[in-house]
Structure formats: C-alpha cells, structure tokens
Design a protein around this ligand. Structure first.
Ligand SMILES: Cc1cc2nc3c(=O)[nH]c(=O)nc-3n(C[C@H](O)[C@H](O)[C@H](O)COP(=O)(O)O)c2cc1C
Length: 364
C-alpha cells in the first residue's frame, strides 16, 4: 500500500519543480554552446527544402533530431502538460519523454498523468523515466521497472542519474550502493533499450565506461548550461538551509560538466545513441551538439515554457510552433554549412571550431 502522505509529498514537489523554472531564473549562469562555432560555407549547393533532417532513434524513424526531454507526471496539471506535449510530438513526429514515473508506480491514482502520453501519441518513440534512487532501493524489483514500461508502452527507458539534485534537496536519496546489483537484475530481463540520463550536471568518461559495462544502450548527457536543479532547490529548499550554516543548493549552484564537454566525453567511449540536453536553446544548439557527436537534441526548458502557454491558452499551437522553429533552425544551419543530411553533420570535425573556455577544458 502506498503511504498517502508520501505520495502527497511527491505530488507537491512535482508541482513546485514545474512552476519554479517558469517563474524564476534557474538557468546555469554559463552556457558553453557559445564556445562552439559552426563553419559557414558561402556556397550552399542544394535547395533549402531538399535538406533532409530526418533521422532514426533506436527502431523508429523521426522527422528531426528533436526530443521533448523528461519534464513531468504525477499531478493533474502534469497530465494536461504531458497531453499537450505528446499531441504536439505526435503531430510533428519527434521523441517525447515523460518525467519520473515513481509517482505512477507508487500510487495508481497518478498513472493517468503518464499514460495520457501514449494514448494521444500511439506511434512516436516514447522514453520512460525512473531515478537511480529507486533502482538502488532495497525494495526495487523487476516488477517495479516493468510497471514503468507498461504504463506508457515505452520504447526506451531512461534511468536518471541525479546525484547533485538529490544531495541538495530535502529527503534526497543519497545511497546508490546497490545500483549495479539491482540494475543487473533488470538488464537481464529487459529487452527494450535502457539509457543513462543526467539532469543538468553532465557526464564524464569514467561513468560512461561503467554504464557501458553494465549494458546501457544509450545516453542523455544532461549537461550543465541550462535548467539547474541546485538553483531550483535554492528557491524551494526549506530543510537544508536551516540545518547547515550555508545552503548546499547555493554552494553547488554552478557544479557540473558543461553539455558540449559531456557529449565529447561520452562519444569518446561509445558509438551508441546520445541525446544532448542541458542548455540547448535553439536549432543551432542541436546542430552544434550533432557536430560534436550527439544524435539528438533534447529540450526541457523550451517545451516547459511553450506547454505552459498552451495550458493557459487551451491550445497546442505554441508547442507546435516551437518544434517547427527548431526544425527550421537546424535546416538553416545545415544549408549555411552546405550539409545535406544529419549523417553528414554527425561528429564532423571539419564543420566546427572550439574556442575559449571549452577549448581550455578539453585540452587539460
Ligand atoms: C520542470 C522539470 C522537471 C524535470 N523532471 C525530470 C525528471 O523527472 N526526470 C529526468 O530525467 N529529468 C527531469 N528534468 C531534466 C530535464 O529532462 C533536462 O535533462 C534538464 O532540464 C536540462 O535540459 P534544459 O536545459 O533544456 O531544461 C526536468 C526538468 C525540468 C525543467
């Protein structure tokens, strides 16, 4: 039986997480995408409209390398937001992720807020989501993981690795000793791809090697540069700030490996699919991510803002417009670089230069 007060706690936390980034500036202060420049070619030798931005994600074909990153679920407002995002993702044939499904597994009443995604988007790739804290728990079971998959008929499951966030929030899960042991149980019995995902502090090579050995099928680098969970907790933190002489959420506000660094770190270790999230703001950032070695660009903040507008205006047009804008921006980059397909762009060192702090970081 779920503990109703616990479930209420998760619900309240979910809605605070949703509203704080809308109302306050909780973005990382520095975004390293500015240190990546795409090389202009003054002679595009193709029609703008013939540029092919379609690509694949595991077994499915999508119209563009765009992912609506994990944002929400587990609250009536989340249900509406997920419905808006999924309808738009379906119409534009891109990838959609749900937020952590813990609230759905632990209390049946929340299942609808996740299931709505598959109901309105029967064909697109949908990524399910559960935290390392849940997978590491002594109570974790294969059944728990399968419930997440079945809830949304997930094509792919993401396990989010959010150690920084857990550390700076009240009652965070900060013991992952049993992670590898428990993960092996699910890996042996799960046929759909499983990806490892950070949420804004990024990846290093060492963690990628460990996850590769465990049999992960892909990565979402969730690097530093965009939405910042330490900053979100700084806004909502009620417990820790009274416990210590300094608020940990404030001290660790700028912690993390920038997204461009994380893409390069992960690509050094694996040829598996990489989603780049963390501070991507435009289609230019998708093109930069792909040129650095990623396959897909993911956005949480942009789509949170568009879906919130849609929620208030009872439409899905703001989100559709955001997706179409991103598509036009990727195609524009490719035309200006004289690149006809996503494959030609991917990891293409001749098409970019790396400057300033990013260059310094990578060359130490
Ligand atoms: C309101 C909100 C809730 C989020 N919830 C989750 C979550 O439940 N699981 C997860 O893996 N990531 C979650 N994220 C992280 C995003 O998926 C993404 O990795 C991160 O925000 C960086 O992308 P951005 O800079 O485009 O926002 C959330 C982000 C936001 C803004």
């Amino acid at each position: 039986m779920p503990d109703p007060s616990f479930s209420k706690d998760i619900k309240e936390r979910k809605i605070e997480h949703l509203k704080i980034p809308i109302k306050h500036d909780v973005q990382h202060s520095e975004n390293y995408f500015k240190y990546v420049k795409l090389i202009h070619n003054p002679l595009p030798e193709m029609d703008f409209k013939d540029i092919d931005i379609s690509t694949g994600f595991f077994s499915k074909k999508i119209s563009a390398p765009i992912c609506i990153s994990a944002i929400t679920g587990g609250h009536p407002v989340s249900k509406k937001i997920n419905e808006i995002l999924a309808k738009a993702a379906h119409e534009e044939n891109i990838i959609m992720s749900v937020g952590s499904q813990r609230a759905g597994v632990e209390d049946e009443i929340n299942v609808d807020s996740f299931r709505v995604v598959r109901d309105v988007a029967p064909k697109i790739p949908i990524i399910g989501n559960i935290g390392i804290g849940q997978v590491s728990s002594p109570d974790f079971s294969l059944e728990y993981f399968n419930k997440c998959i079945e809830m949304i008929d997930a094509d792919v499951m993401a396990i989010h690795l959010n150690s920084l966030h857990e550390l700076v929030q009240d009652n965070g899960d900060i013991s992952y000793k049993d992670f590898q042991h428990n993960f092996k149980k699910i890996r042996n019995f799960t046929t759909i791809p499983i990806i490892g995902k950070e949420v804004g502090a990024g990846f290093n090579e060492g963690a990628t090697r460990v996850l590769e050995k465990l049999g992960f099928d892909g990565y979402d680098v969730g690097g530093a540069g965009g939405t910042n969970f330490a900053a979100i907790e700084e806004k909502r933190n009620r417990v820790l700030k009274n416990k210590f002489s300094r608020n940990p959420a404030e001290v660790f506000r700028e912690w993390g490996n920038p997204t461009p660094v994380s893409i390069i770190n992960v690509r050094k270790i694996t040829q598996k699919p990489i989603i780049a999230t963390g501070g991507l703001k435009t289609g230019k950032d998708i093109a930069k991510s792909i040129v650095l070695g990623a396959d897909i660009g993911g956005f949480a903040y942009n789509f949170l803002i568009s879906a919130w507008k849609d929620y208030n205006e009872k439409t899905i047009m703001n989100t559709i417009n955001e997706i179409q804008t991103l598509k036009n921006e990727i195609r524009s980059c490719m035309w200006l670089m004289n690149v006809g397909s996503i494959n030609e762009l991917k990891g293409n060192k001749d098409k970019r230069v790396i400057l300033g702090k990013l260059y310094n970081w990578l060359n130490q």
